[in-house]
Design a protein around this ligand. Sequence first.
Ligand code: C2O
Ligand code: CU
Length: 538
Amino acid sequence: MKTKNLLFIGIFIIALAFLALLIIFPQKSESQLIEKCYLLPGLEGCENYRDKYQETGLPYERNIQGLQPVKSSSIVLLNNGSTTTLNPKVVYKEINGQRIRMFGYNGEIPGSLLKVKQGDTIYVNVTNELDQETTIHWHGIRLNNKFDGVPHSTQEPIMPGETFTYEIKFPDAGIYWYHPHVREDYQQELGLYGNILVSPTDETYFNKVNREEFLFVDDINLQDEDVFTYYSNKINHVLMGRFGNTFLINGNTNYTLNVIKGEVIRFFVTNPSNTRTFNISIPEAQIKLIGSDGGSYEKEEFINSVIVSPSERVTIEVLFTNPGKYSLTHITPLSNYTLGEITVTNAPISKDYSGDFLSLKNNSFVNLEVNGLREYSNKEPDVQINLGVKVPSVGHIEHPSEGNEDNIEWEDTMQLTNIRSSNETIKWTIIDEATGRSNMDINYNWKVGDKVKIRIFNDPNSDHPMQHPIHFHGQRFVVLSKDGIPNDNLAWKDTVLVPKGSTIDILMDITNPGKWMTHCHIAEHLSSGMMFEFGVEE
Ligand code: C2O
Ligand code: CU
């Protein structure tokens, strides 16, 4: 009787376990199939699954009722010790005849151009007039860690109605910029960005030119009534980042500039876009590459075009020798886009700087700073980080290679998949090669005075390989080599574009104590985890 009972119970338990397995496993694979067919609805076998994914997004408030119109950007000169205000506000702005709910620092897009001097300190009061939390990050500036603007790390986010005061000291000359470090995909994209020009103490640092122009090269994704949907609780376009369908220079579609024949103009170009890499040119004009993120190059050179990935800056000087119309152009393998129009007229110029322009300078002040760094080219890297992504429900998603010849995705060629990919379905990762730790589990610690050689490898076998602009906070570095080819013209940088499959070696000069962030500057990649922090001790 007893054995019979035990046998009965045993069979019952096994049957139950079997049933449980039957229930769990088909469901798990079914939910993966639903997710996969949502991301790739055209896939064979998806006929019965493609409409089953449950959307969970809560759209942001997008009404423009009662909002003030945007103001155009102003220039603010700041002396040592002075204070200014940058309050993020909700505004509306007209783009292509559509009124869009956007954000502007003090209601301006771009935010004010701040002009300061190298070595000076300023204070910036920020009262949050948005309907959501925010911070300001001072991109590329080696400032005191407390004021770096990373929420929940260097400060608590500034809640609506609250004020935070930043103290910023500028050790390096060059062109920098500021933007929020909260929901960059939304806040920065919709207008929260501005430049800072740090003028050098050395007066021979910059060439003499007739004028300086500041360009934010950007794009925005406009639909019939508004920008493409944004959710407060999740991020879309996580696979490739949100590409725009409309190009913007300084927030506008109709950039124009008037120049007199023979003038030399210095352009400071910044890319604040979520994901688009620009290749900037002015065909027919003569262009000289002067500087990068953190100041000048060792050697000036003439170029036809220059690549500017998200958050990078370039400084170019341009000589217009003939009257007529020139276009500011974005050149890609498949098409060229006109971003703005430059009209050159015949008139006497006040000063002729074309002689200076035509001679290529070597910058001894840069040579002196970076010369000792070259010897690290032959040393083994101290650490290696690998860039990649996991799309658990799908696996490898390869792109048509047409138009991506240089391993850069110039366009969104998989729009539906990209729109539907979110931080729920996709995880971008930075992996430490030595320990296998990824993203915020990476735990590097260095000391002021260290020179750290970092190898960045963009894994072409990852689920969706593409280029990543990798940005380091709080320090500066030089790019030693790309795919084993040494870089013979160094400049200080804070962001480096790593194309698909590439290996880039950088040398970081550790100078600034604190806890600093490293991340991909594609806003949607950052939002889905592509970041880590490193510590620097005094
Ligand atoms: Cu411009 Cu952490 O960013
Ligand atoms: Cu990325």
